[in-house]
Design a protein around this ligand. Structure first.
Ligand code: 5GP
Length: 211
């Protein structure tokens, strides 16, 4: 099997993609909490917070962090293995359910590839909420049940192995082919990364003109 095509994104590319989706997220979901999936969801969550800041109250949306990894990408790991494939490396602690109750929580990641990570994150967070709801009188449960939505910078257009329920709002900043995306926070030499990203874009423009 050959190497998949790599596509480089710059910090500015990502910033502008997030900016382009922020109005939709603000008007259609209005999150009051972000749950960033580390490490790729951290930078997008922080940037999105800038665009969703309430100008009248100047309040910032809090960012909580969880860490998840596909098991096969963690050789020799000793961390707890769950679901056979996704492992937790960090979770909302203490009292995850309590932190979530009554909130509008937006789960943020950089890329939706097979969707296994997003499915796992949503399922586990919903389980925490349901466990907490059991401690409340039945009449209060529905109003306190956390509303979840998902935001990813890039969604790869491919058959997904993981599923998200249709009632969960889903926002993707950009839809991309099934390529491998190189993110700026993964590289050491950012100037070289940006230079290559610019070259890639120029080459693509030339190719488009040639056809
Ligand atoms: P999924 O569970 O959707 O298959 O993948 C989730 C995780 O795999 C992402 O959060 C990310 O860490 C990693 N991943 C998947 N595709 C890519 C990619 O194209 N580029 C990079 N850098 N990471 C990816």
């Amino acid at each position: 099997m050959g190497e998949p095509e790599h596509v480089r994104s710059t910090y500015n590319d990502i910033h502008n993609i997030i900016r382009g989706t922020s109005d939709k997220i603000a008007s259609e979901f209005k999150p009051d909490m972000f749950i960033a999936i580390g490490g790729g969801g951290f930078f997008p969550a922080r940037v999105l917070r800038t665009f969703l800041k309430d100008p009248s109250t100047k309040t910032n949306i809090p960012i909580q962090a969880i860490g998840l990894s596909l098991y096969e990408s963690l050789p020799g790991t000793t961390v707890e293995q769950l679901n056979g494939e996704v492992v937790r490396t960090q979770w909302l602690e203490p009292d995850p359910g309590k932190r979530l109750l009554g909130r509008r929580a937006l789960i943020v990641d950089e890329v939706d590839d097979t969707r296994k990570t997003l499915q796992y994150a949503l399922n586990e967070l919903q389980k925490d909420v349901e466990a907490e709801l059991q401690l409340l009188p039945e009449s209060e449960r529905d109003s306190k049940r956390t509303k979840f939505a998902v935001f990813v910078v890039h969604n790869k257009l491919k058959p997904k192995l993981g599923k998200l329920p249709p009632n969960i709002p889903y926002f993707a900043g950009a839809e991309v082919e099934d390529v491998w995306l190189d993110y700026p926070w993964e590289v050491i030499d950012i100037e070289e990364h940006d230079r290559l990203a610019k070259e890639d874009k120029e080459r693509k423009n030339i190719t488009v003109e040639e056809h």
